[in-house]
Ligand binder design. Structure first.
Ligand code: GLC
Ligand code: CA
Length: 581
């Protein structure tokens, strides 16, 4: 019998991320909204989605697209109302689906009442809900921030507050002050005001934003200088995976989450060591059900913080190593993992890992579907991935990039004494920027792609290719990317013992064109052989019986090509799955 303990509902679920600003606009103001999402729930249900993850829709000044929340219990007016969220919960539940929200509690907006109180005086009771420190002074008496740490969005992590004559800490924009989790009353307010409020309304869990930054080192010392050109130094060791993080997560469970049947998936950056990641996801530890580990999705991202957008070419063998590591790290443990290759913080998978050239686009998109659907863990899809949406056209200028991070990195490069830096960063943004995934969803071939009315100006420009890549043109084509995603998600569930729960065995690690692996069912009785041509030319199909030195009768389960398959040859970006049962 399948145990509810080792097989809870969320392991075999497919979770689909919706970015509210860009999914569907119901009232033609150019912004997506919750009623728009509700109107498309049947589309998601039909696709085979089990859980919707809605990115932040809370009250916010939108300095960082809603990851700067000024009231956790209100909904941003453009997105709708609390009643609309209740309707969304109902729309999901009535179809047997679930809804999870984004829990953004490492920081608030600087417009949150808590921060307004905290900054109002040094002896305000909420002063220590945020992290305030006195200035330092150099030999000439110039005021300096408490440390030399670089923030995510370029610049330092401290902002001076005139009124109370201290600096406050922010790992992201200065609009996003970090909450002080070391304060007991602050933690209680978070549990009550943000978590219980929404759980009691019926939401089924959270994607937990920047979860490993709640606990910071408390000595507040300078980071070692690794980027001598800059005043600000990368300092993740100072504020990531800090001394009390596991205590906080256990408390969050015992006080809140354990009282509901919900799922959590944590965003776990800057943690490359599998042993440390396991500490967060071992079921017996009761911290997080699973996490997003970013090594694979960061392929091509530049080194360190300052060079994030200077593109770094990568090899397929590097990708294989990372996929292997993050597939295998839970084997033999009670931990769990995730499968994903897109989200709202990265470029589109087709453009980054496949090819968005017209002749390769469809094959690449299907190969990525096949790849993702055969990996172990809970599968996450990002809106538009299922129709093969691509990066914004390379010809679009910086003005089309709306993200605070893209803009800050671009401006930083523009100020550099090296005149080529600006072009380097722009080239990197064309591949890696967070903006690519944030443009409007492509529903049909009309002006504005059915996202909003043709007469409305959408908040971000609609892709020039929307007339070619859209739901309407794919939904009735049984060979389309969309139909292929549906097919793969069905196969994934039918053979969940292999694809969702199986163990991973990498083959032919040094091959820089073809990615192949075996998935074994947990009891070892069934196997699948997955082969993916990540190159834009024809490649030899590895001879299975030779590389496995056995004589099993391998049968094709599924393949990506519309055309007749060639004996012994994989076409550009072709993928296949063979099974021996
Ligand atoms: C997470 C979000 C990202 C946001 C940041 C700050 O990384 O995914 O979009 O900018 O947290 O909240
Ligand atoms: Ca709207």
């Amino acid at each position: 019998m399948i145990s509810r303990v080792s097989h809870p509902w969320w392991k075999e679920a497919t979770i689909y991320q919706v970015y509210p600003a860009s999914f569907k606009d119901s009232n033609d103001d150019g912004w997506g909204d919750i009623p728009g999402l509700v109107s498309k729930i049947d589309y998601l249900h039909d696709l085979g989605v089990d859980v919707v993850w809605l990115s932040p829709m809370f009250e916010s000044p939108q300095a960082d697209m809603g990851y700067d929340i000024s009231d956790y219990q209100k909904v941003y007016a453009r997105y709708g109302t609390v009643q609309d969220v209740d309707n969304l919960v109902e729309a999901c539940h009535s179809r047997g689906m679930k809804l999870i929200l984004d829990l953004v509690v490492n920081h608030t907006s600087k417009e949150h009442e808590w921060f307004k109180e905290s900054r109002s005086s040094r002896d305000n009771p909420k002063r220590d809900w945020y992290i305030w420190k006195p200035a330092r002074y150099d030999a000439n008496g110039n005021r300096k921030p408490p440390t030399n740490w670089r923030s995510y969005f370029a610049g330092g992590t401290w902002t001076w507050d005139e009124l109370t004559q201290e600096y406050y800490l922010h790992l992201y924009a200065s609009d996003q002050p970090d909450l002080n989790w070391d304060s007991e009353s602050c933690r209680q307010a978070i549990y009550d005001n943000t978590m219980r409020f929404w759980l009691d309304r019926g939401v089924d869990g959270f994607r937990v934003d920047t979860v490993n930054k709640y606990s910071k080192r408390t000595d507040f010392v300078d980071a070692t200088i690794t980027d001598p050109k800059s005043e600000w130094q990368p300092a993740p060791d100072m504020w990531c995976n800090g001394p009390r993080i596991h205590e906080f997560l256990k408390e969050m469970n015992s006080q809140v989450l354990d009282h509901y049947d919900v799922v959590t998936v944590g965003e776990l950056s800057n943690t490359p060591d599998p042993e440390r990641v396991l500490d967060y996801v071992k079921a017996s530890e009761r911290e997080l059900n699973m996490i997003f580990q970013f090594d694979m999705i960061r392929l091509g991202t530049g080194d360190g913080f300052g060079s994030k957008y200077v593109f770094k070419p990568w090899k397929l063998s590097e990708m294989k190593t990372l996929v292997e590591r993050w597939q295998k790290f839970i084997e033999g443990t009670d931990g769990w993992t995730t499968v994903f290759c897109e989200n709202h913080d990265n470029g589109r998978a087709v453009s980054r890992f496949g090819s968005d050239k017209p002749e390769h686009w469809e094959n690449s998109a299907k190969m990525i579907a096949l790849w993702q659907a055969t990996l172990t863990g809970t599968l996450f899809l990002y809106q538009g991935q299922e129709i093969g949406m691509t990066n914004m056209p390379a010809t679009w200028p910086i003005e089309e990039y709306k993200d605070i991070e893209s803009n800050n990195f671009y401006q930083e490069a523009a100020r550099s004494s090296d005149v080529r830096e600006k072009d380097r960063v722009m080239d990197g943004l064309r591949i890696l920027a967070r903006d690519h995934s944030r443009i409007p969803f492509q529903w049909d071939s009309s002006v504005n792609a059915g996202f909003t009315s043709p007469n409305t100006e959408p908040w971000m420009r609609v892709h020039d290719d929307a007339c070619k890549i859209n739901v309407a043109s794919q939904v009735n084509d049984r060979q389309s990317v969309l139909s292929f995603y549906k097919k793969m998600m069905t196969l994934r569930k039918r053979h969940a013992d292999i694809f969702v729960h199986g163990t991973f065995q990498l083959l032919d690690k040094i091959n820089e064109d073809v990615f192949s692996y075996i998935k074994h069912s947990a009891d070892g009785s069934r196997r699948a052989f997955v082969v993916l041509n990540f190159s834009d030319s024809r490649k030899e199909l590895p001879a299975l019986n030779e590389c496995l030195s056995d004589s099993s009768d391998w049968q094709l389960l599924v393949g990506t090509t519309r055309n007749k398959r060639e004996e012994g040859v994989l076409n550009a970006f072709e993928g296949r799955v063979y099974v021996d049962f």
